[in-house]
Write a protein that binds this ligand. Structure first.
Ligand code: SF4
Length: 586
């Protein structure tokens, strides 16, 4: 849906139609016209088949992971329709996305009236606990001030507005507490939904930024301050609660994370949690709002947790909910990569073990400190992490056994990995552990952290002398210069190429030359795999040419095991298919 020109991204056809091809697009049209007339424009850049999705789509997914919430787009109908189609084709679940349904007239006069009417309608029809409002290209381009409009809406339709204290009362309302602090005079006595807003223009980021931005907005706008500046002391027998920000992972991943923290007996708030709301059972009646999701009261308590764990080495600081909680509420933040593959999972479980063991001081961390340097995770981890619960120890043992069994099929293979930056980092880590060289790691994201993050997880597994080739640089970049996190590795040659902010045109161009054995990523790589006549192992989001994308397990030892099986069997199947004699077994 995104097309970018001269460093800017154009909205999709839906947004363009509503904009009426407004003034903001005129300079870009000139570029197009010049191109059509054969005049070469030196600064012309374009995106062909983006390796990312639209920003508010990520916000919708995050809001879907909150109990009783309805996602609401302030924009045109087409945006909501496009996102519903994408989400449904991956999750195979119905999803309602409300919209302020702006048309051409609103592009001129503003969308405030539509926004307020839509909020009234959604409140009356769905009776949600929360409405998560995300802006779109159109409303950001015309300059609708969501904060101002929601302030007006609260004054007009919600008695006394909605201050921080009233949010607290409303949180109580939704838990059944008998307060009447924010009841709308115009409807009935039931509490009005909380309104959480996030700015998410698609020309300023991908679905990943939209996702993290919505999670941060939920925390910023709902988390209550510590009581009198101090967190309540945990009960003597109880372990202090922790926050877990899992990033954009699958419902199956979320279910596994919940099991793992339960094995450590750590009371944990996972935000968001769409393990049920986007992968539910068949029901007789269609629920307008499905069961499941992170409880609003639990989000409100996140500022009083003992610590936050943020999964993802490329999460932008400004969009990090854990960073906000640390800066504003004093909740210690721990940053790790997605626990994907053996060593990244080890690091996650080491940290959980430390948090679960009273008095121990966590050490595993991979975030920039105040000076911009990374506190490096240990390059080598112990053979098995301490505090490993029995189920995890068994799963780790099975994974190691499988690696031994399958190394002869995988050693020396070459893969192209693409998708969301943190998923690419995790997959690169797993592949390197399996003996597969990720020759190209590519993403449409542009955090500026991808090369460093890949370096941090696989630098010590690469052949001696390996270096990065980053698209931002003209020449191979030694690991020592790859940015924060790469500093501890010596310069090497022959390492993977790391492309941020790239599209499938670029990925295809390089893949044709690199001649990989397989692709690993989402369904949008299918046509490239078909062209190169190599297999595509489907992971991540979106997967719309296979069933079960929501059930793919990526994380933990169990996820690594499943990905290992998928990769090794895909390569064995290809070898059989290409063989003249096929296969037989006595
Ligand atoms: S918000 Fe998304 S769907 Fe809507 S115009 Fe922008 S890119 Fe297209």
């Amino acid at each position: 849906m995104l097309a970018s020109f001269a460093g800017l991204s154009l909205p999709s056809a839906a947004g363009r139609s509503a904009l009426g091809m407004a003034i903001a697009l005129v300079p870009m049209q000139i570029h197009l016209l010049e191109g059509a007339m054969g005049k070469k424009t030196p600064d012309f850049t374009s995106t062909t088949n983006a390796c990312k999705l639209c920003r508010p789509l990520g916000a919708v997914l995050a809001f879907r992971g909150v109990a009783g919430a309805v996602p609401y787009l302030h924009g045109s109908q087409g945006c909501a329709t496009y996102m519903r189609r994408y989400i449904i084709s991956h999750f195979n679940e119905p999803i309602d996305i409300a919209s302020s349904s702006l048309g051409e007239k609103n592009a001129i006069y503003g969308g405030g009236a539509n926004l307020k009417l839509g909020l009234q309608n959604v409140t009356a029809k769905y009776r949600p606990k929360l409405i998560g409002i995300a802006t779109t290209c159109l409303t950001e381009t015309i300059g609708d001030d969501l904060n101002l409009l929601l302030g007006e809406y609260r004054r007009e339709f919600i008695s006394g507005g909605e201050t921080g204290n009233e949010i607290g009362e409303q949180v109580g309302d939704h838990q059944g507490a008998p307060t009447a602090g924010a009841v709308a005079p115009t409807l009935d006595r039931r509490p009005r939904p909380l309104l959480v807003r996030v700015s998410s223009p698609s020309y300023a980021g991908s679905h990943v930024e939209g996702f993290h931005g919505a999670v941060r907005a939920l925390v910023e706008q709902l988390a209550l301050s510590p009581v009198n500046g101090r967190k309540p002391a945990p009960k003597a027998s109880a372990k202090a609660a922790i926050n877990l920000f899992p990033g954009l992972v699958s419902p199956a991943d979320l279910r596994l994370l919940k099991k793992i923290v339960a094995e450590y007996e750590l009371p944990t708030t996972i935000l968001p949690d769409f393990s049920d709301t986007l992968d539910g059972p068949a029901l007789e009646d269609y629920p307008l709002i499905p069961e499941g999701g992170t409880e609003i009261a639990a989000i409100a308590r996140m500022g009083r947790a003992a610590a936050s764990i943020e999964l993802g080495r490329t999460v932008p600081e400004i969009l990090s909910a854990a960073a906000w909680l640390e800066a504003g509420q004093g909740v210690r933040r721990h940053c790790l990569g997605l626990p994907l593959g053996l060593r990244e999972t080890d690091r996650f479980l080491i940290l959980l073990g430390q948090l679960a063991a009273p008095g121990s001081e966590p050490v595993a961390d991979a975030r920039p400190d105040g000076a911009g340097e990374y506190r490096e995770v240990p390059a080598s981890v112990p053979p098995a992490p301490p505090f490993l619960p029995p189920r995890q120890a068994a799963a780790r043992g099975r994974l190691l056994d499988a690696m031994v069994d399958g190394h002869k099929y995988l050693a020396g293979k070459r893969a192209v990995v693409y998708g969301e930056e943190d998923l690419v980092v995790g997959l690169a880590s797993l592949l390197a552990e399996l003996g597969i060289l990720p020759v190209l790691c590519a993403s449409g994201g542009k955090s500026g952290k991808l090369a460093a993050a890949v370096g941090a997880v696989i630098g010590d597994l690469l052949p001696s002398g390996a270096a990065w080739l980053s698209r931002r640089e003209a020449a191979p970049v030694p690991l020592s210069a790859a940015g924060p996190g790469g500093a501890s590795f010596p310069p090497r040659a022959g390492g993977p190429e790391i492309y941020e902010d790239c599209d499938f045109f670029t990925i295809a161009e390089r893949a044709r030359q690199l001649k990989p054995d397989l692709l690993i990523g989402h369904s949008k790589g299918y046509s490239l795999a078909r062209e190169l006549k190599i297999p595509l192992v489907r992971v991540g989001f979106p997967i719309h040419d296979r069933l079960g994308g929501q059930r793919i397990l990526h994380l933990g030892y169990q996820g690594a095991q499943q990905l290992f099986d998928a990769i090794v069997n895909t390569l064995i199947a290809r070898k059989q298919d290409e063989s003249e004699v096929g296969y037989s077994y006595m």
